[in-house]
Design a binder for this molecule. Sequence first.
Ligand code: FAD
Ligand code: PHB
Length: 396
Amino acid sequence: MVARFKTQVGIVGAGPAGLMLSHLLHLHGIDSIVLEARSRQYCEERVRAGVLEQGSVDLLHRSGLGTRLDREGMRHEGIEIGLNRKRFRIPLSELTGGKAVTVYGQHEVVKDLIARRLADGGDLRFECGEVSAHCLESERPLLRTSGASGEAEIHCDFIAGCDGSHGVCRPSIPVSALSTYERSYPFAWLGILAAAPPSRGELLYMHHERGFALYSMRSPAITRLYLQCRPDEDLDQWSDDRIWSELHTRLDCDDGWQPIEGRILQKGITGMRSFVVEPMQFGRMFLAGDAAHIVPPTGAKGMNLALADVVVLSEALRAYYKKNSTGPLDRYSNVCLRRVWKAQRFSWWMTSLLHCFEDASPFDRRRQLAELDYLTGSRAAAASLAENYVGLTMEF
Ligand code: FAD
Ligand code: PHB
């Protein structure tokens, strides 16, 4: 027997995009069902992004999700760029009229959203089994699930594909209806989470001749660090001692600053990719977040873009249901893509600026060093980085 359900918006994926969309729709009086392949615990413990733009922080506040963020989030009014064992501060707030970023783990955002959706009576279905999307060009698109608990059909007005880069929604759109734009990078990041108190109050992006390194954090007791490595790097070759030794080589500064060591709680390799699909819509299916675009993590934009997409989508769905207007839904893809491409440009630029490219010519290398010199010596250049890093204004 197939169980049948009806909802206004069927959402695939309980990451930041899917959960925030469901929450914003609820605030607008629009109902949704969220289908998630993984368990609630897995979603709440998956360590990924850590930096919220000013606009994302404002969104969490105005949608009633600011309590724990205010208590535990770490507001950063600057970041540092490192070169040749020296650090240069980019005063984000001073250069952007008081804006800042907040360090608050993506899994904390996810935890807050899940708790709030459940408290509001939201329909979140974890471990939902195989999902497939159908009849996307009809007035009544359909999601089907099949798993241990049987088969179900969810009849929707609209489907939101918020299922990340390896989800099922994007592949259910005919290839001929989409254009894809892609770039891969000849390196990856080896990331660790360490039980060590941060020894600096701000993030440090370090360019080093042995490769880029990033000093970040999650809480007053946990440091998050990354090392540029090869895309096919074998994690087994990286003992804890080797990781700390390489981090010291790349991060330690002439003034005596160095990261504090601690027990390594988690390690992993993250690939680097730029990817965009256009348009972010097919019939009555709308793609949001990583399902539609991937940025290399250097600019800290992925989660923020996912949140920005669903703000636009929730407003467009509100216009449809409350004002009978389809214009905002028709414009959804174009509105999002303008922001997405600016974030792509910024993430590509930060990545190119800070990493070592093995195939760089002597000219490329000199140009890269000149760009770092310009950035750390020019207020105008620093202001451009700051404007993008804290996040461009959300447009509708
Ligand atoms: P996801 O978080 O990927 O959520 C998609 C959900 O869909 C998942 O829960 C998945 O289980 C589910 N799903 C997938 N397939 C199916 C299916 N078939 N059926 C049902 N459910 C399905 N971004 C930043 O903004 N700042 C940072 O500092 C930053 N750092 C990062 C560091 C690392 C190491 C990594 C890996 C990423 C980082 N990002 C960062 C990127 C950020 O994590 C992603 O952009 C963000 O998770 C996108 O959210 P999303 O909701 O679109 O997708
Ligand atoms: C992180 O803390 O995980 C982080 C911070 C900044 C980035 C990427 C990742 O650019």
